[in-house]
Ligand binder design. Structure first.
Ligand SMILES: NC(=O)c1ccc[n+]([C@@H]2O[C@H](COP(=O)([O-])OP(=O)(O)OC[C@H]3O[C@@H](n4cnc5c(N)ncnc54)[C@H](OP(=O)(O)O)[C@@H]3O)[C@@H](O)[C@H]2O)c1
Length: 265
C-alpha cells in the first residue's frame, strides 16, 4: 500500500483537480487591468494560491465582476475596484479602496497596458501619451503608492513588460519603447528598494491570445499558431510565472526581466 503524506497547508481544489499549495495564504494582491486577458488570469491564479485579490478595471465592470465571481465560486477572496491607471488622480483612490477591502497590500502586479500599431509616419503626440501615460506613468505612480503602503514585511512588485522591449518588431515602436522603460524601471526600482524588503521583477511575455491581441489583430488564427515572437501562449502561462515571482519561492530574484515566450529567442 502506498501512503502519501501531504503538508498541513496542502489542499485540493476539486474544480481543477490540481494540488494547491496556498503559497500566498494571508497575502493581499492588487492586479491592475484584471478584468480581461493576462490580468484576469493573474488575479485568478493569485487567488487560487490563497491571496485576497483586488481586480482593478477601468471600464469593463461586468468582466471584472465575472472574474471576482469566479474566484469566489472557488472559495477565494476578491473585489473589483474601478480606476483608470492613465489618470494619476485615480491611483491613490484605488489603493485607498484596496486597503478598505483587504488591509495592507503585499503584492502589486502592474499589468494594465495598451498596445497599438504605430508605424513611424503615423506616430502622434496623442498616441505617445496614450501609451506612456498608462504603460509607464501609471506603473510608476502605482508602484509609488504600493511602496508607501507595504507593511513592515515589505512586498513584491511584478511588472508585466513584453518581449518587444528586446526584439522591437516593426510597427509598434512606441509600445516597445514603453516596455523598454518598464524593464529599466524594474531594475532601477529593485535597486532603490532592496533595503526595504521589496523585490521588483518583470515578466516579459511573447504573444499571448487575449481580448486585446484579438482586437488589434495580433492574434487572428488558432490560438496555438506560431508568431514571429514565438508560439502564441495562453494567459495562464504568464499567470503561473507571476505567482512564482509574487511568492517567497522567488526570494532570491530581484531586478530581473524574465522572458516568457515558450521558446528561446
Ligand atoms: N497579450 C500579449 O500578447 C501581451 C504580450 C506581452 C505583454 N503584454 C502586456 O500584458 C498586459 C495585458 O495585456 P492583455 O493582452 O491581457 O490586454 P487586454 O486583453 O487588452 O486587457 C487589458 C486589461 O487592462 C485594462 N485596462 C486597459 N486600460 C486601462 C486603464 N487605463 N486603467 C486600468 N485598466 C486598464 C482592461 O480593463 P478595461 O477593459 O476595464 O479597461 C483589461 O482588463 C499589458 O501590459 C500588455 O502590454 C501582453
Amino acid at each position: 500500500m502506498m501512503i502519501v503524506i501531504y503538508p498541513a497547508d496542502f489542499t485540493f481544489n476539486l474544480n481543477l483537480i490540481l494540488p494547491m499549495t496556498n503559497k500566498l495564504a494571508g497575502k493581499a494582491a492588487l492586479v491592475t487591468g484584471a478584468s480581461k486577458g493576462i490580468g484576469a488570469a493573474i488575479a485568478k491564479a493569485l487567488a487560487a494560491e490563497g491571496a485576497a485579490v483586488v481586480v482593478n478595471y477601468s471600464s469593463s465592470k461586468d468582466a471584472a465582476d465575472k472574474v471576482v465571481a469566479g474566484i469566489a465560486a472557488k472559495g477565494g477572496k476578491a473585489a473589483a475596484i474601478k480606476a483608470n491607471l492613465a489618470k494619476p488622480g485615480e491611483i491613490a483612490h484605488l489603493f485607498d479602496a484596496a486597503a478598505e477591502a483587504f488591509g495592507t497590500i503585499d503584492i502589486l502586479v502592474n499589468n494594465a497596458g495598451i498596445y497599438e500599431v504605430t508605424p513611424i509616419g503615423s506616430i502622434t503626440e496623442t498616441a505617445f501619451h496614450k501609451h506612456f501615460d498608462l504603460n509607464v506613468l501609471g506603473l510608476i505612480l502605482a508602484s509609488q503608492e504600493a511602496v508607501k503602503r507595504f507593511g513592515p514585511e515589505g512586498g513584491t512588485i511584478v511588472n508585466i513588460s513584453s518581449v518587444v522591449a528586446q526584439v522591437t518588431p516593426p510597427g509598434v515602436s512606441v509600445y516597445s519603447a514603453t516596455k523598454g522603460a518598464v524593464d529599466s524601471l524594474t531594475r532601477a526600482f529593485a535597486r532603490e528598494l532592496a533595503g526595504r524588503k521589496i523585490r521588483v521583477n518583470s515578466v516579459n511575455p511573447g504573444l499571448i491570445a487575449t481580448e486585446g491581441t484579438h482586437a488589434v489583430g495580433f492574434v487572428a488564427g488558432p490560438e496555438d499558431a506560431v508568431s514571429p515572437l514565438g508560439p502564441v501562449g495562453k494567459p495562464e502561462e504568464i499567470a503561473s510565472v507571476v505567482v512564482f515571482l509574487a511568492s517567497d519561492e522567488s526570494r532570491w530574484l530581484n531586478g530581473q526581466n524574465l522572458t516568457a515566450t515558450g521558446q528561446l529567442l
